[in-house]
Design a protein around this ligand. Structure first.
Ligand SMILES: Nc1ncnc2c1ncn2[C@@H]1O[C@H](COP(=O)(O)OP(=O)(O)OP(=O)(O)O)[C@@H](O)[C@H]1O
Length: 606
């Protein structure tokens, strides 16, 4: 637990994706609905043009009142009242158009954003569930959850805060600049020149913001990991009185998180403040230079008014641009973190030219062969060494050995949750790497000590998303002698089980796992300490059911209680990842090796 509070730095080998590539990744999602995307952009044009027209119309109105020479020719031919009315009418029209288009555009952009985030979330979920166990070994759950929820949410914020309107702001700035240059190039040049220091400062602050934001998100992940660990392990936390200690750790990480968030706020405010200052300076500069032009009679008051409005208008989108920029930067951080997961390679892939297992009813099936299999969870740290054995179809084999000998690892390799480092594993003569994973796992029924239960009813916990008629569910429960237990539950098969099955006992969860395996009629059954949580009476009941269930099926059974495996055809004894003995119970006892000593020790205990 203590290790998890170390400050999180970006992994060195992490490929720094450029913003452009991150942008393309988003664009790929945006392009899924081209019509929506096209409309969102198309509506920016009338909005920007209407916006640029307003200062010009106001300037014209002032020029008209002052009867200046620069007014449009068609206005000169009208009376003052008609001219003013026409200009006011036009101004109202631009206002209405701008409001309507702006609202519609805002709605479409948000709609697009919601769609994109929903798609990303769904793809991410699919990708994460396809990743190999190795990935989950090294990734804390809280960290993953943060990426799947809060980071994807930050991405959604880019759209919901209207930050995507940054393109509209950029467009507005360009349209305004063009309009200004057409009107009076010196003042236009002055204003556009002031954009340069503003842009440089924005870029600097946003880079700082981005750095702080990345760190803040990392700290948030750590915070969530710790939260998750403490909630899942609440029993141990309380029993061992770690509350105060953990609270201290939590406070430390919380402080670090807040510190980073403060930095993001500082840089965000710095951007707004700088822009405020520069925009005021710009208006002052226009007034000063424009005033000189008026004195020199090269400019009139109407034009100056237009430019003062332009100055305001020009920095307005820039200010909004900066505000949105921080949301966009946060979004980029989120895409970066989400991309990290998308870039996580799926280690265990299905073959390009998959083979299938012979499923004709006559064929004797369920042969398992390990050929020179070695395996390491971490590079160089082998936990299984050069394993060679064959389990014949229908044979019942027990794996025995001290704690940590590698029994469960064998099962994980056989189910391809991990890939063997060396050697190969064959099922019915086919290398399991040549089989699609679903095909391999369809033929395997694995019952683990910790029967995991999903939130849902008993039925759905047996079918696990596949469709079986109710009679099949009942029959599977009856065959495994668990139907009596299920019927005892308040609503029988419809009883709702809570997440992780907190309303079932450990033994009850295990019993459900038996029905779950039986309904699939697997050709290979694997029991990893499957009856360890059961009382002697229930175990005898299950043992009886197992005798039927195992008929004509290959089985691998791991059990520490050696009495439960006496009837197996063969016992493989493992020691530190090596196969040290193999034979029937009697043969091994007479050999007087590791098995015999383990057995005698257990006999002494009873
Ligand atoms: N996910 C993992 N990452 C790294 N090492 C692991 C992992 N799982 C198991 N190991 C290591 O591999 C070795 C074999 O573990 P395994 O679970 O196969 O033993 P086992 O014989 O089933 O033990 P037990 O009887 O206690 O269930 C152990 O030394 C263990 O520390």
């Amino acid at each position: 637990m203590a290790g998890s509070i170390a400050p999180q730095t970006k992994p060195k080998r992490r490929v720094q994706e450029t913003d452009w590539r991150l942008f393309l990744r988003l664009a790929e999602y945006g392009l899924r609905d081209k019509r929506l995307l096209a409309w969102s952009f198309a509506l920016l044009v009338p909005t920007a043009i209407a916006g640029a027209m307003q200062p010009i119309l106001i300037g014209e109105a002032i020029s008209l009142i002052r009867q200046e020479q620069t007014i449009w020719t068609f206005l000169r031919q009208m009376s003052l009242t008609d001219g003013i009315n026409l200009l006011a009418g036009l101004l109202l029209l631009t206002l209405i158009l701008r409001t309507l288009f702006d609202a519609r555009q805002g709605f479409l952009v948000q709609k697009m954003g919601q769609r994109i985030t929903a798609d990303i979330r769904a793809d991410l979920f699919h990708h994460v569930t396809s990743l190999a166990m190795r990935f989950f070994d090294r990734t804390p759950v809280g960290r993953l959850i943060t990426r799947l929820t809060s980071d994807v949410e930050a991405l959604g914020d880019v759209f919901s805060t209207g930050a995507i309107g940054i393109l509209g702001d950029l467009f507005s700035i360009i349209v305004l600049a063009i309009a200004m240059f057409l009107l009076q190039w010196q003042l236009a040049l002055l204003l556009t020149a002031m954009l340069i220091p503003a842009t440089v400062l924005i870029i600097y602050f946003q880079q700082q913001y981005r750095k702080a934001n990345y760190k803040a998100r990392e700290e948030l992940s750590t915070l969530n990991s710790m939260l998750q660990e403490n909630i899942v392990g609440i029993g141990v936390v309380q029993l061992f009185r770690r509350e105060a200690f953990n609270a201290d750790l939590f406070r430390t990480i919380n402080k670090r998180y807040i510190k980073e968030v403060d930095k993001t706020i500082f840089h965000d405010s710095a951007i707004s403040a700088t822009l405020e200052w520069i925009s005021l300076a710009a208006i002052a500069a226009v007034l000063w230079v424009g005033g000189l032009f008026i004195l020199g009679k090269t400019l009139n008051l109407g034009q100056l008014s237009t430019f003062i409005l332009f100055a305001q208008r020009l920095f307005d989108p820039l200010r909004q641009f900066a505000e949105k920029f921080t949301a966009i930067q946060a979004g980029f951080t989120a895409v970066e973190r989400v991309s990290d997961i998308f870039n996580e390679p799926i280690d265990i892939r299905d073959p390009e030219h998959p083979k299938t297992l012979d499923s004709s009813p006559e064929s004797t099936t369920g042969e398992i062969r390990f050929e020179h299999v070695s395996f390491a969870y971490k590079e160089g740290e082998y936990v299984l060494h050069d394993l060679n054995f064959t389990i014949k179809p229908g044979e019942k084999v027990a794996l025995v050995g001290p704690t940590g000998a590698g029994k469960s690892s064998i099962i994980r390799l056989l189910s391809r949750l991990y890939e063997a480092t060396e050697g190969c594993i064959l099922v019915d003569g086919v290398n399991i790497r040549d089989l699609p994973q679903t095909e391999l796992r369809r033929h395997m029924g694995v019952i683990l000590q910790d029967g995991f239960v999903f939130a849902g009813d008993v039925k759905s916990n047996i079918t696990l998303g596949e469709t079986y008629p109710f009679a099949a569910i009942q029959s599977a429960a009856e065959r495994t002698n668990v139907s009596a237990l299920i019927e005892e539950l308040p609503q029988g098969y419809d009883t709702l089980l809570r997440e992780r099955g907190t309303n079932l006992s450990g033994g009850q969860k295990q019993l459900l796992a038996f029905a779950r395996a039986a309904i699939r009629e697997p050709r290979i059954l694997v029991l990893d300490e499957a009856t360890a949580s059961l009382d002697v009476g229930t175990e005898a009941l299950i043992q009886d059911a197992l005798d039927h269930l195992l008929e004509n099926r290959t089985a691998i059974i791991i059990a520490h209680r050696l009495s439960t495996i006496r009837n197996c055809d063969r016992i493989l004894v493992l020691k530190r990842g090596q196969l040290v003995e193999s034979g029937s119970h009697e043969e091994l006892l007479s050999q007087g090796g590791l098995y015999a000593s383990l057995y005698q020790l257990q006999m002494l205990e009873t």
